[in-house]
Design a protein around this ligand. Sequence first.
Ligand SMILES: Cc1cc2nc3c(=O)[nH]c(=O)nc-3n(C[C@H](O)[C@H](O)[C@H](O)COP(=O)(O)O)c2cc1C
Length: 394
Amino acid sequence: MTLRDKQIVVGVGGGIAAFKAVELVRELGRRGAKVRVAMTASACRFVGPITFTALTGEPALTDLWDPRYPGEVHVELARWAHAIVIAPATANLMARAAQGFADDVVLATLACANSPVLMAPAMHERMWRAAATRRNLERLTSDGVHFAGPVQGALADGSVALGRMQEPAAIADVLAREVFAVRDLGGVTILVSAGPTLEDLDPVRFISNRSSGRMGYAVAAAARDRGATVILVTGPTSIPVPAGVETIQVRSALEMQGAIASALPRVDAIVMTAAVADYRPAESKPRKVKKQGETMTLELVKNPDILAELGRTRQGKRPVLVGFAMETHDVVGYGRKKLVDKRVDLVVANEASVGFGRDDTQATLVGREGDEALPPMTKTELANRILDRIKAKL
Ligand SMILES: Cc1cc2nc3c(=O)[nH]c(=O)nc-3n(C[C@H](O)[C@H](O)[C@H](O)COP(=O)(O)O)c2cc1C
């Protein structure tokens, strides 16, 4: 999607990367977009509003009570915007936006936005990793906010770490590709399985794995944004499920199998990101198991291989089947074996070290036509690459 004639509000936050918002505004202008800029009070300490005014030909807005606007400037800006880009999104702005604060021109515009919002966070790695920032990121993501970056690179204090603002051209790319996504999956129903399964030993203990659910939720959200009807079958996770998708919460592999089987007649494609436990306890005790001898032996029985079963029993080429292979070694080799053994259309192969619990990932798409090793990217970008492949097979 081109940005030509798109009306973009750029909201600038108060971080060192505010100087890169200048380049972002120029880049959006070069791509044919019309840009208006709103700034927080802190942003004005880093870059002068006149810089943006000169670049856009429109006064940069810094004040909710700007006397040049007889009406409500934030309402007018939000109505004008085809999209709002917050760059840099400071930890503070993310926190306040997650709460719905509206006490400056950037936040008030966000609070009455009815167009998509893209945030490009930039902050010290410790701020990015802070528990409060993680919570705010998850809240904003489930509210439908898109994110570009941050990326690994040199930070303001000279350290090299995760927290650097995505480059302006890359932010414009995400805007074009993800935010103004072509609704090219209208009429298609996609089932996504996500998260771990929990296999109960007794009422208080279970066997599980470290799957966070992030990859599956990213696929579900991206498919929704591209117009698909999405059914998300998810094991227990600690992150909010994406809005606007039909969600079926399950616990064990057997429950996941049942939920998928009942949705199956409706679906055109299945993306199995769930980390389904291979085994479950032979018996789940009704009462808590008491401590006994020095060692304990657990008897496990095999869980159904949901993906292989779908591959074996599907009629013709429907539904399109995508599996994931997360391994610690020979990732692509195992991916190819899975593709053949389980009779699926595509395997997304990645290493355990780059997958679990992170927002970014690196994968190889293993298909019948060959392998495509992808560069590091966000899970949303990977989700869109997978959806492109599904679209080609529908
Ligand atoms: C020199 C300097 C650099 C800063 N850089 C950042 C930054 O990169 N990211 C961030 O989240 N906060 C940064 N801060 C802190 C923010 O400026 C502060 O939280 C401010 O309240 C943000 O306001 P705003 O989000 O309303 O723009 C920086 C502060 C100073 C003094």
